[in-house]
Design a protein around this ligand. Structure first.
Ligand SMILES: Cc1cc2nc3c(=O)[nH]c(=O)nc-3n(C[C@H](O)[C@H](O)[C@H](O)COP(=O)(O)OP(=O)(O)OC[C@H]3O[C@@H](n4cnc5c(N)ncnc54)[C@H](O)[C@@H]3O)c2cc1C
Length: 122
């Protein structure tokens, strides 16, 4: 779930109040801290310089980062957990998941991207 925009008037949503990510990849705290840093910088700018532009763009600054990690968390959760059910598509999903995971070992590029997303630097 993601609230877009993450603010309304003088109300600003940060962390889990603004977005819930799937559990795999442990991005909840990372995203909450990212929101807090963007928001803190915006409040300091507003308080010290009377410049509200960072507050006005808080939501659009945070959301691309959030959706990037929503996509990663959704992908890895599906790959690790939503594969191999008894439904007709179960075996197909299991094979897709294995191919996805195998790619992490076989491809340096895939491994590099995975590392960046895991570390939160992407
Ligand atoms: C079981 C579990 C395991 C998790 N494991 C991981 C993990 O390994 N890695 C990871 O990155 N994320 C993990 N998460 C997600 C992570 O905990 C959250 O994404 C993160 O804590 C969000 O931070 P937050 O500050 O937005 O919210 P919270 O940490 O929930 O902080 C909100 C605070 O507000 C307080 N509060 C609520 N209502 C009021 C009120 N009316 N007045 C005053 N205070 C109030 C609450 O008591 C709480 O202290 C896990 C979550 C769960 C439930």
């Amino acid at each position: 779930m993601v609230f877009d925009p993450m603010s309304h008037g003088k109300l600003y949503l940060l962390g889990d109040a603004a977005h819930i990510v799937p559990p795999m990849s442990a991005k909840g705290i990372h995203l909450a801290l990212h929101d807090a840093e963007v928001f803190a910088r915006a409040v300091i700018r507003h308080a010290t310089e009377g410049d509200s532009r960072l507050l006005d763009t808080y939501s659009e600054t945070c959301l691309p980062h959030i959706w990037n990690y929503q996509a990663f968390a959704t992908w890895i959760t599906d790959t690790m957990h939503n594969a191999g059910s008894a439904l007709p598509e179960g075996d197909f999903k299991k094979r897709i998941a294995r191919a996805e995971l195998q790619r992490q070992f076989a491809s340096e590029s895939a491994n590099k991207l995975f590392s960046e997303l895991t570390a939160g630097t992407n």
